[in-house]
Design a binder for this molecule. Structure first.
Ligand code: PAF
Length: 293
C-alpha cells in the first residue's frame, strides 16, 4: 500500500479511484507530490522520482502518452510503452501511486473538446515552431493532471527546458497552487542527455547524437564572446556531423526572452538524426568566464 518503499505502487486508472486514494492521503494531511511522465521511464525520470520521494509524503506519478502534444505524423503510435519496466522503476523509487488514465479520464470531452491552454507567443518559438500545437497539448495535460491530483509540488526535467519555463508561466498565470521544480538533466557517460527517444537511434546515429552535448560545451565555452559567438561555436559542431540536421541553436535568457548582454543564459539546441528529433540545453554565462550544466 501507499507509503512503503519496498512495495508495489497502487495503480489507479480512473478519476474515481484516484479520488479515493487522495482522500485518504489528505485526511492524514500528507503532502502530495506529482511527477508527470509519458512512461518509458529512464534514469532521468528516476531522478525526478527521487526528488519527489525526498520531499513529498505521497508521491504520485502519472504515466500517460498524451495524444494532444503530438502533431499528425509525429511518433504518437510508436512512442515506447514499457509498462512492466516502468512499474518496476516506480516500485524501486518508492512511488506510492501510479496514475495511468485513459484518454477519456484526462479529456472527458475528447482531446479536441474545444478547451485547452494557450501557451502564448513563447509556445510558438523554438520547439513550438517545429512542433505546432505541442505546447498547447503539454500545458493542457499538465493543467488536467494538476487539477486531478492537486499536488503541493510537481517535478519536471530540465532537458525539456522550454516546457519547464512554460509550465511555470502557466501555473503563475492561472494561479494554480503548485510549486513547480526543475530537476537537472541526467546524461550518459558520453554526454548524451537521457531521453525516451534515444531508443530510436541505431549505433551510428547514437554516436552522432553526442554532437548535441559537444555543441553545448563548445558554445558555453564561448560565453565571454557573446551570444552570436556562442551560437556559431555550437552550430559548427553540429554542422560537422553529416548524418545530423540541426534545427535551432539559440541563446536565450533563462525565461526564454532575448538574451542579456551579460549574465546567466541558456543555450538550446535541437537536431534531427534520421527520423528522430533530439533536444538538449545547457547554462551559459554571457560576458563572464565559461559555464555549463
Ligand atoms: O515531459 C513529458 O514527458 C511530457 O511532456 C509531460 C510533461 C509528461 C506531459 O505529457
Amino acid at each position: 500500500m501507499a507509503g512503503s518503499r519496498a512495495s508495489q505502487p497502487t495503480v489507479v486508472r480512473t478519476r474515481c479511484e484516484l479520488d479515493g486514494v487522495l482522500a485518504l492521503a489528505r485526511g492524514a494531511e500528507r503532502r502530495v507530490g506529482l511527477v508527470p511522465t509519458m512512461g518509458a521511464l529512464h534514469a532521468g525520470h528516476a531522478a525526478l522520482l527521487r526528488e519527489a520521494r525526498a520531499d513529498a509524503d505521497l508521491v504520485v506519478t502519472s504515466i500517460f502518452v498524451n495524444p494532444l502534444q503530438f502533431a499528425p505524423g509525429e511518433d504518437l503510435h510508436r512512442y515506447p510503452r514499457t509498462w512492466d519496466a516502468d512499474l518496476e522503476t516506480c516500485a524501486r523509487e518508492g512511488v506510492d501511486v501510479v496514475l495511468a488514465p485513459d484518454v477519456a479520464d484526462i479529456y472527458p470531452d475528447g482531446p479536441d473538446g474545444g478547451v485547452s491552454v494557450d501557451p502564448g507567443p513563447l509556445g510558438a518559438v523554438l520547439e513550438g515552431a517545429a512542433r505546432p500545437g505541442h505546447f498547447r497539448g503539454v500545458l493542457t495535460v499538465v493543467a488536467a493532471l494538476v487539477g486531478l491530483v492537486r499536488p503541493a509540488t510537481a517535478w519536471f526535467g530540465a532537458k525539456d527546458y522550454q516546457q519547464l519555463v512554460l509550465v511555470r508561466r502557466m501555473v503563475r498565470q492561472l494561479s494554480q497552487r503548485v510549486d513547480v521544480r526543475g530537476v537537472p538533466i541526467v546524461r550518459e557517460p558520453d554526454g548524451l542527455a537521457l531521453s525516451s527517444r534515444n531508443g530510436y537511434l541505431d549505433a551510428d546515429q547514437r554516436r552522432d547524437a553526442t554532437a548535441l552535448w559537444r555543441a553545448l560545451q563548445a558554445g558555453s565555452g564561448r560565453g565571454s564572446a557573446g551570444p552570436a559567438e556562442v551560437e556559431s561555436a555550437a552550430r559548427a559542431v553540429l554542422d560537422g556531423v553529416s548524418g545530423l540536421w540541426p534545427d535551432y541553436v539559440s541563446v536565450v535568457a533563462p525565461d526564454l526572452a532575448k538574451p542579456p548582454d551579460s549574465g546567466p543564459s541558456r543555450l538550446l539546441v535541437a537536431a534531427r538524426i534520421g527520423e528522430t528529433r533530439l533536444i538538449d540545453n545547457a547554462a551559459v554565462d554571457l560576458g563572464l568566464s565559461a559555464g555549463g550544466g
